[in-house]
Design a protein around this ligand. Sequence first.
Ligand SMILES: *Cc1c(COP(=O)(O)O)cnc(C)c1O
Length: 415
Amino acid sequence: MDLATANDNVVKRIHYMVNRVRQLTEQQLYFYNQPIQEIRGGGRVLVNGREMGMYASYSYLGLIGHPRINKAAQEAIEKYGTGTHGVRTLAGTLTIHDELEETIADFRGAEAAVTFSSGYATNLTVISTLVGRGDYVISDKYNHASIVDGCLMSGAKFVRFRHNDMAALESRLKSIPSDATKLVVADSVFSMDGDIIDFPRMVALCQQYNAWLMIDEAHSVGVLGKTGRGIEEHFDMPGVIDIKMGTLSKTIPSVGGYVAGKKELIDYLRHASRAYIFSAALPPAQAAAANEAFKVILDEPWRVEKLNANTRQFLDGLKARGFDTMQTETAIVPVLCGQDDLAFAMTRECQQKDVFVLPVVSPAVPQGLARLRATITAAHESDEIEHAMNVMEAAGHKLGILQGTPAQAAETLKR
Ligand SMILES: *Cc1c(COP(=O)(O)O)cnc(C)c1O
């Protein structure tokens, strides 16, 4: 295909995107895909030869580079090499995979767990294995893309409800035939907004309407609950989630995804989910790193405490400076800017002062609600957080974001 002369839809899509990226790059407003050259202590990284405070990391407990985790990965390479012998079902299963799945089951308070090659693949394969034609899958409107894709792929009737609105969920459940198979699925902590799902009411509704409950804990493991075990611990409601999904790529500094639940459910997924049967096993170093990371979280409880303290400092400090942080209660902190351009400009100002934040713009979030999506971790120190907030404040004043405009814009949009 000659991209210069052809004029089909694929070429149009390519040109549209390439042009948008080129324009932003020319205006020095393109911040995605920047390589990190090194990680340094204290939540700092080297980017473009400059050391920056990292406020865009999902390594919530600061575990990337932890000596125990690195060592576990190195030992696994010595023992097993760098690859597996293919898919789990055939020759791909190593003892470290079984150990990891036991560790996950223990950590999540479940009978068993199964891992896949990414969190994205996990949602795709698990949702589409569990429900299909004639069934219903009911999803929060702000759910992660991997959940949406899993729902679409399943062929089940895809029903969405207003974000975190349990009355809306109930009216959806009521409208579905009572004998139909129903799966309710939601993020525990929403990845763009940082707010927490109304879990107690969601659980009650699933019980009342006889629906399966699947919760994606990508942003709550290590974050919610006294020991970082997630949303069940946070609300003191152990064992109420049927399908506990999580990723090994955020708080857990590795790669992969998993679900934990009843032993029979997990055995079923091992024999029916296509991402397990038709895609290679996790590499041994990554499996060993993940396995060790869950243990480190329990051995170093100060990390969860420090993350909580840092989150408080960051949230209170930003609000005191006049920023609108929307509904967040967690380590994901939206800093509302308004129009896309403002979020890009805000990012540029912050990065020029060595504060590494990133913008989230439409269509990932609604028009007019573009924002910095800052994250806070246990690796940050109090004085660095104060410094980062001062940089953001100066930028906010310079760009006119701190005149009350974004909050007003948001209000107008809600009406
Ligand atoms: C990151 C994320 C995923 C995907 O996990 P990966 O392991 O990165 O593929 C799934 N769900 C949510 C809510 C996420 O934030």
